[in-house]
Every structure is written in structure tokens, then in C-alpha cells.
Design a protein around this ligand. Structure first.
Ligand code: NAD
Ligand code: DAO
Ligand code: ZN
Ligand code: ZN
Length: 369
């Protein structure tokens, strides 16, 4: 079939909206009509050419929601008409990783997904006879796409696509890091570095579990209002702190954060987030993805004296199991999404969405097909 897509033919070039060829689903695969897709920093990072794993030409996009239109042989958990959210972290429920409750990093299709291919080692997309690569196993910047069955979460049919697409990455990454990775308890003091599309979701996750203080740290003063709307109780702008930021946060929290989260991707902030965690028990979770080759540092005594450092991918969520629950939380009003979708655009204007992201004007831009 033919489908409209925004294609990344080369790094550092705007996406081009063209009609591409899409082969139908093979065994274990599903054809999905994408109804809406969010634009995430990771798409921009790959398009910038700075991502060492970025491959071109490719169809980017990994934060979508849509409808199953056709299933390949052997698909048993989905049928045409089902509403789904694509998962860049799949859940096969059979591999060594899925069977270990300590991780959500299913490895079943990791190798081929990382090479921009379907599990059988081939691509379903082409343009003028030239193969186009898939991206993060999702390629939601195409109106129609093909995914493995294990990379689709079936969700309720009354949830709006233009909002729940954000659960495909940002919402789950932030809320999930609080609930599944850090397992923040009611009454905990939480510090969140970076109040963007991820950090604001960490804040609302902390509110949902009943955290006590929720301290937001951002250099952009415009982020304070949205942070407070999502449950932030204190705002710290590092540019306005006379002295040391870590000392300031330790004093503000009465000894340090029970839980801190780095949601920027800056290794210096990662160190500050670790060092503002409470002596003896504070846990710091890295969510931000630092640039290729960057390294983190701290004095080992920080860890010897009881602080713990960990990371979180896709919020520690198991997609097929947890994403439908997060959709329910949204539909039940336990979490908010609508105010975070600051812009919507048609596919033809997708590049404007990346320009707004670059200028820090948007939290989330959603493309509607
Ligand atoms: P964003 O640009 O929307 O938000 C970043 C925020 O950090 C902005 O508000 C900015 O003002 C603030 N900031 C920048 N420098 C700062 C500094 N020195 N001190 C304090 N605040 C500062 O980005 P986002 O969409 O929220 O993504 C955040 C990070 O999360 C990115 O690195 C992204 O790649 C990563 N990410 C990780 C996962 C995962 O699974 N681990 C998933 C998605 C995204
Ligand atoms: O299993 O090795 C692996 C890959 C895990 C990928 C996790 C990606 C999380 C961070 C990337 C940002 C996604 C938008
Ligand atoms: Zn993302
Ligand atoms: Zn698995």
C-alpha cells in the first residue's frame, strides 16, 4: 500500500513529507493506522546526527496511538479495530528479561530493532524502490506502519488518540519512573531536575503517590507555573540561587531528597541530583539521555554514605501490561495530559514542531493525521 510519511532522508535535514510504499504485515506483525503522534526529544536527537545509533534514511517517531487495520499470520492478541499504542520497549513475556521482575527491557527483538529492521531482518517501508529504515520499532511519523505484535499495547477505545499518544513515551517515562523504578512512597520528599515533557510527568507521578515536598528545578522561569499546576510545591531556579545549588536543596528539604530525578540529560545535573539525595537512604534516578560519550562523576563517598544512583528507561514500565493502566489513570482523571499538549499540527507542518521544541516553546507537539 501507499502511505504518507515524514521521511528523514539524511541527518540535519528537515523531514520530507512524501508518499512511501508499505508492505503488509508478515507473521507476528500488525498493520496500524497511526491517528496521532507526539514529537519527542529523542526524534530530534536522532535527526540532529548526534545519535551514534541513528540510521538513515528512516521514518522516525515513537510516540503514537492508532487503530489496528490488519494482522499477519499467528497474531492472537490483537484484531482489526483494536486501539493500540506502539511500544519502543516491547514486552514478549517470554524472554529472560521479561521473566525477570527486575527489568522492563525485553530483548526479544532488540538487535533487529536497533538496526531499523523488523524481527525477520527486513524493512516494510520503501521509497522509489529504496528501502527505508524503521525507527525504535515504531515509525509513527508514517500514517500507516507495521509493528511486531509484542510491541503494541491494546488500550480502551474511548480514549482520545491526540492525548494518549503521549503515553507512548513522555507520560509513561515520567510517571513510571516514580511508580515502577523509584517506587516513591507517600510522604516522601522529591526533587525533579528539568521541568519539560518528562519532568512534569515525574511531578504528577509524585503527586499521584502522595509525595510530601515536590521540588522542581529549572533554569526556565516559565516552567514554574506549569510545575505548580502539576503538583510542584517548591520551585528552584539555579540562576537565582546565590550559592551552591546542592546545599540549597539539602537545606530546603531538611536533609536532602528521599528521591531525586534528573530529567534533562546533563551529566553535571546528574551529579547534583545524586548529591542532593538524603544521606543514608536517598535514591537518585537518571532519566535524561546524555550526549554520546558523556560520563558521570561523583565522589564515591556519596554512595558509601548511603545514596543510591540508578537509571530508568520507559519509566520501568512493561508496555503491554502497564500502558493500558496508565491510559485508565488518564481517563479516570488521576493524571493530566491535556495541558501538556501545547501545540497540534498536521503532518505537513511537522518540521515546525521540531523548531518550537528547539526554541523551548512547546512541552509537547502532537501531529494529527
Ligand atoms: P525538555 O527539553 O522538554 O525539558 C528539559 C527541561 O530541562 C527544560 O525545561 C529546560 O529548561 C530544563 N533545563 C535545561 N538545562 C537545565 C539546567 N542546567 N538546570 C535545570 N534545568 C535545565 O526535555 P524532555 O522532553 O523533558 O526530555 C528530558 C530528557 O529525557 C531528554 O534527555 C530525553 O532524551 C530524555 N528521555 C528519556 C527517556 C527514558 O526512557 N529514559 C525517555 C524519553 C526521554
Ligand atoms: O534494551 O538495550 C536496550 C534498549 C533499551 C532502550 C531504552 C531507551 C530509553 C531511553 C531512550 C529515550 C527514548 C525516547
Ligand atoms: Zn520519546
Ligand atoms: Zn521479552
Amino acid at each position: 500500500m501507499k502511505t504518507r510519511a515524514a521521511v528523514a532522508f539524511e541527518a540535519k535535514k528537515p523531514l520530507e513529507i512524501v508518499e512511501v510504499d508499505l508492505e503488509g504485515p508478515r507473521a507476528g506483525e500488525v498493520l496500524v493506522e497511526i491517528m496521532a503522534t507526539g514529537l519527542c526529544h529523542t526524534d530530534k536527537y536522532t535527526l540532529s546526527g548526534a545519535d551514534p545509533e541513528g540510521l538513515f534514511p528512516a521514518i522516525l517517531g515513537h510516540e503514537g496511538a492508532g487503530i489496528v487495520r490488519e494482522v499477519g499470520p499467528g497474531v492472537s492478541s490483537l484484531k482489526p479495530g483494536d486501539h493500540v499504542i506502539p511500544l519502543y520497549t516491547p514486552e514478549c513475556r517470554e524472554c529472560e528479561y521479561c521473566l525477570n521482575p527486575k527489568t522492563n527491557l525485553c530483548q526479544r527483538i532488540r538487535t533487529t530493532q536497533g538496526r531499523g529492521l523488523m524481527p525477520d531482518g527486513s524493512s516494510r517501508f520503501s521509497y522509489k524502490g529504496q528501502s527505508l529504515l524503521h525507527y525504535m520499532g515504531c515509525s509513527t511519523f508514517s500514517n500507516f506502519t507495521v509493528l511486531p505484535e509484542i510491541a503494541l499495547a491494546k488500550v480502551r477505545a474511548d480514549a482520545p488518540f491526540d492525548k494518549i499518544c503521549y503515553i507512548g513515551c513522555g507520560v509513561t517515562t515520567g510517571v513510571g519512573a516514580v511508580i515502577y523504578t523509584a517506587k516513591v512512597e507517600p510522604g516522601a520528599n522529591v526533587v525533579v531536575f528539568g521541568l519539560g515533557g518528562i519532568g512534569l510527568n515525574v511531578i504528577q507521578g509524585a503527586r499521584m503517590v502522595g509525595a510530601n515536598m515536590i521540588v522542581g528545578v529549572d533554569v526556565n522561569p516559565d516552567r514554574e507555573a506549569m510545575g505548580r499546576e502539576f503538583g510542584m510545591t517548591h520551585f528552584v531556579n539555579p540562576k537565582e540561587i546565590g550559592g551552591d545549588l546542592v546545599a540549597h536543596i539539602v537545606e530546603l528539604t531538611g536533609g536532602g531528597a528521599d528521591y531525586s530525578f534528573e530529567c534533562v540529560g546533563n551529566v553535571h545535573l546528574m551529579r547534583q541530583a545524586l548529591e542532593c539525595a538524603h544521606k543514608g537512604w536517598g535514591v537518585s534516578t537518571i532519566i535524561g539521555v546524555a550526549s554520546a560519550g558523556a560520563e558521570i562523576a561523583t565522589r564515591p563517598f556519596q554512595l558509601v554514605t548511603g545514596r543510591r544512583w540508578q537509571g530508568s528507561a520507559f519509566g520501568g514500565a512493561r508496555g503491554r501490561t502497564d500502558v493500558p493502566k496508565i491510559v485508565d489513570w488518564y481517563m479516570d482523571g488521576k493524571i493530566e495530559i491535556d495541558p501538556l499538549i501545547t501545540h497540534t499540527l498536521p503532518l505537513a507542518r511537522i518540521n515546525e514542531g521540531f523548531e518550537m521544541m528547539e526554541r523551548g516553546e512547546s512541552i509537547r507537539t502532537v501531529v494529527l493525521y
